[in-house]
Design a protein around this ligand. Structure first.
Ligand code: NAG
Ligand code: NAG
Ligand code: NAG
Ligand code: NAG
Length: 336
């Protein structure tokens, strides 16, 4: 893991503004082994189903260690759900569908969040249609296989893992923060069209040589800057040996937007950084203040990116500019 001074100081901001709500007394529990009780559920979806509709207080669901093989939907009518897991590779929600089996890029998603104010701490969301999982569930088939889909506003994912191969994380609409999280995939593994996402101190782990991290799909510069990776760390050191020559992204939509700020760029990046995808695209893709052996490449594809300084970009690079009001609701990542 590579930390930069910028990353550490930016996180201090979160510590002062962290808000922690009161912990409700009737916490729901998801466990494969806990003795039966009215608040104990065997699947995550059963616990979600038990949450009241349109709740106006936080609904905490503790997901005990285990692999929950299921698709989960948190409907729009179930706001304020907080999933609390036990950390990496412990509380795992996984499923194995893909566009190849479903004929859709969205329906294969393992965990689909349509609700506002969804929060996760220490969870793992996984789509097992990935090479990293070969040998356990069979053969990876081509096509989008999302692990997590977000669509509400004020969604936040802390200390969590989002694992897949193609199109792993779909930020469809609304806005979402990712803090101290690990997101991996091979192809277009962070994508969306019309959602805003802000990533802080995250690791983006690219699994395939020649792969693409971002495929942002914005088609009109309305409100524009809807996808960013502020202070993220790009890190291929956990990737299978030899993964190289991958790209920061490619424009799915003609006005695709993404910023990598103060990010660690490994030597294994393709020195052009950006790849083509949609004809006629004029993306607002940029890297600002990059660090690491792959930073400051002189071969960057400037037809697919813009060069801006931090000062020029200052007005929209703060978390609150990106996700209005976020500093008023962001939580202490170590709350649980
Ligand atoms: C996750 O846990 C399983 C067993 O529970 C283990 O076989 C696997 O190696 C672990 N994977 C990682 C990446 O830690
Ligand atoms: C998904 O997993 C189930 C249960 O193990 C299995 O029956 C099914 O064949 C798998 N589907 C795919 C597409 O791999
Ligand atoms: C950054 O995230 C990692 C987890 O990926 C965590 O261990 C570390 O403490 C975080 N750094 C800071 C400064 O919070
Ligand atoms: C940007 O995201 C906001 C929601 O955060 C949305 O209302 C707006 O339509 C998005 N803009 C574009 C161009 O997609």
């Amino acid at each position: 893991m590579h930390f930069t001074t910028a990353t550490v100081s930016a996180l201090a901001l979160f510590a002062v503004s962290a808000s922690t709500g009161p912990i409700s007394s009737n916490v729901l529990i998801v466990s494969k082994t806990a003795p039966a009780a009215p608040n104990v559920f065997r699947t995550v979806q059963a616990a979600i189903d038990a949450v009241p509709e349109h709740a106006n207080t936080e609904q905490i669901i503790r997901v005990h260690a285990g692999i929950y093989f299921e698709q989960v939907t948190i409907a729009k009518s179930k706001p304020r759900v907080t999933l609390v897991g036990e950390g990496r590779n412990s509380s795992v929600i996984q499923f194995n569908r893909s566009s190849h089996t479903d004929g859709s890029s969205v329906s294969p998603t393992t965990v689909r969040v349509e609700a506002d104010d969804f929060t996760a701490f220490g969870m793992t969301f996984m789509n097992t249609n990935t090479d990293a999982f070969l040998g356990e569930v069979g053969v990876r088939v081509a096509g989008p296989s999302p692990a997590l889909y977000t669509q509400g506003v004020r969604n936040a994912v802390y200390n969590s893992w989002v694992l897949g191969w193609q199109d792993t994380l779909l930020v469809n609409r609304g806005n979402v923060l990712f803090i101290n999280s690990f997101i991996e995939g091979a192809v277009d593994y962070i994508w969306g069209r019309g959602g805003a996402a802000f990533f802080h101190n995250c690791t983006l782990n690219t699994l395939r040589s020649g792969g693409y991290i971002i495929a942002e799909g914005t088609t009109a510069p309305v409100g524009g800057l809807n996808f960013t990776n502020l202070d993220s760390l790009l890190n291929s050191k956990n990737a299978p040996a030899g993964v190289a020559n991958f790209y920061l992204g490619r424009p799915w939509g003609t006005a695709a937007t993404a910023f990598f700020v103060d990010s660690f760029i490994p030597a294994t990046i393709n020195p052009t950084y950006w790849h083509t995808m949609t004809q006629g695209a004029t993306p607002l893709y940029s890297d600002i203040g990059s660090k690491g052996p792959g930073a400051n490449s002189i071969s960057v594809n400037t037809a697919l990116s813009v060069v801006v300084t931090k000062d020029q970009a200052a007005e929209f690079l703060s978390m609150d500019a990106w996700i209005p009001g976020a500093s008023s609701w962001i939580q202490n990542p170590h709350r649980f």
